[in-house]
Design a protein. Structure first.
Length: 402
């Protein structure tokens, strides 16, 4: 920890210890034992370890749900009990904790309200998040009826409702089908690319390997191993070459060549056809079925990442579109601008008509100059307010993006 820049540490633990006591206050389980941790801003950090190794206990201390028995713990530089940091953290617990009689929408609305979001924000975020996790079709279903995978999905949506800077996910992919797993991993990667910090606890090591930059492996509440995945998993004493398919003769020649260049133990030279990743294979099969419109009563394809989670950073697609200059978008913008100009011209014409009417009024009734001025002002004020309202209404209807 000494060489790490303290400024950018989102979670910092020194000698963190949690001992659970029994009814008579006797030590029962040393769940976490002298943990030293430094989790940096923007990294996806994997907390690994066998059952009972202290992962969930560590997470609960980070969340301020459990008091450490000993040691120091700082989250965003603060004591985890500090209420001001709660709104910066999103948490998906390992157990389902949802209110089973609330619908999917009401669940997100409820958690949004806990974070003080107004009704409009809650409504927008809830529908965007439900779309993102592929539950848009189940908005009005009570979450108590949800399958395990659906419950994980709504749990993930709940963890993101407050647009947190630190997202803690305890077993996020357990119970999810491979599509759901890939979707959660994509969400994690996107969150990290937006500068959010993610702590991931999972027994599914392939998923951890896919998204985490750094991991610690706990055993008996202590760190047994830790480091960057790229460092830990690299086999420095081996070289891998992937080429298009080689003939048996070329392989034989290659072995002779290697032998001539001092490679001993030729029986350790492995030549075979690399296999596909099972996840990629599975997703390709599903993609083809979807493309062929094979019907399914199961989970639906996930939707896009909500805009508020994307921050100001454009997605790759948006970037490409902006570079290419999307013709459709340009056309839509031109149409909207034309309609806006037409509206403004209509308003100006109406205004001129009204002024003309006022002019003629002056001549007929011969009111005093003050009366004319007051009448003019009142009429113009009323008209301006009405026109503004009408223009805003029509512009809103056009959904014109600046
Ligand atoms: N509330 C509690 N009271 C007593 N002991 C507890 C409590 N919570 C956890 N423990 C004990 O602390 C140890 C660590 O548990 P923890 O839940 O942190 O493990 P974990 O790494 O999350 O395991 P899993 O992979 O099974 O989720 C275990 O021995 C467990 O029995
Ligand atoms: Mg656990």
């Amino acid at each position: 920890m000494a060489d790490e820049n303290k400024e950018e540490l989102v979670v910092e633990a020194v000698g963190l210890t949690k001992i659970f006591k029994d009814f008579w206050n006797r030590p029962k389980a040393r769940a976490v034992n002298g943990l030293n941790l430094g989790i940096k801003k923007g990294e996806v950090f994997g907390l690994l370890g066998p059952n009972g190794s202290g992962k969930s206990t560590t997470i609960k201390m980070i969340l301020g749900l459990l008091y450490p028995t000993r040691g120091e713990l700082r989250v965003f530089g603060q004591d985890p009990q500090n209420v001001s940091i709660k709104s910066r953290i999103g948490y998906l617990p390992e157990e389902t904790y949802l209110y089973k009689y609330l619908t999917a929408f009401e669940t997100l609305d409820f958690y949004g309200a806990l974070f003080g979001l107004d009704a409009e924000q809650r409504k927008t975020r809830a529908s965007q998040l439900l779309e993102m996790v592929g539950l848009a079709h189940a908005v009005d279903r009570p979450v108590g009826e949800f399958s395990k995978g659906m419950a994980r999905r709504i749990g993930l949506a709940q963890a993101l409702v407050n647009d947190p800077d630190l997202v803690i996910l305890d077993e996020p992919t357990s119970g999810l089908d491979p599509i759901g797993c890939r979707e959660v991993k994509d969400v994690i990667r996107l969150l990290a690319s937006r500068g959010k910090t993610v702590i991931l606890c999972s027994h599914l090591l392939a998923d951890v390997q896919d998204v985490c930059q750094r991991v610690v492996v706990l055993y008996g509440g202590q760190i047994r191993a830790q480091g960057l995945l790229t460092d830990i998993l690299r086999q420095e004493d081996k070289t891998q070459i992937i080429t298009p398919r080689l003939s048996a003769e070329t392989v034989a020649e290659l072995k002779n060549f290697l032998s001539a260049h001092g490679v001993k133990d030729l029986d350790k030279v492995a030549v075979d056809n690399p296999g596909l990743d099972l996840e990629d294979y599975f997703l390709e099969v599903v993609r083809q079925a979807t493309e062929q419109k094979v019907s399914t009563a199961g989970a639906h394809a996930p939707g896009a990442m909500p805009e508020y989670l994307q921050g100001n950073v454009p997605t790759g697609q948006q970037l490409l579109q902006s570079l290419k200059g999307d013709a459709e978008e340009e056309k839509r913008k031109a149409e909207a601008a034309k309609a806006e100009a037409k509206l403004r011209a209509e308003m100006a014409a109406k205004e001129a008509e009204k002024l003309k009417a006022l002019e003629s009024l002056k001549g007929e009734d011969k009111p005093s100059e003050e009366e004319v001025k007051a009448a003019e002002k009142q009429a113009l004020d009323e008209k301006a307010a009405k026109d503004r309202e009408e223009l805003n209404k029509k512009l809103a209807g056009l959904n014109f993006k600046k």
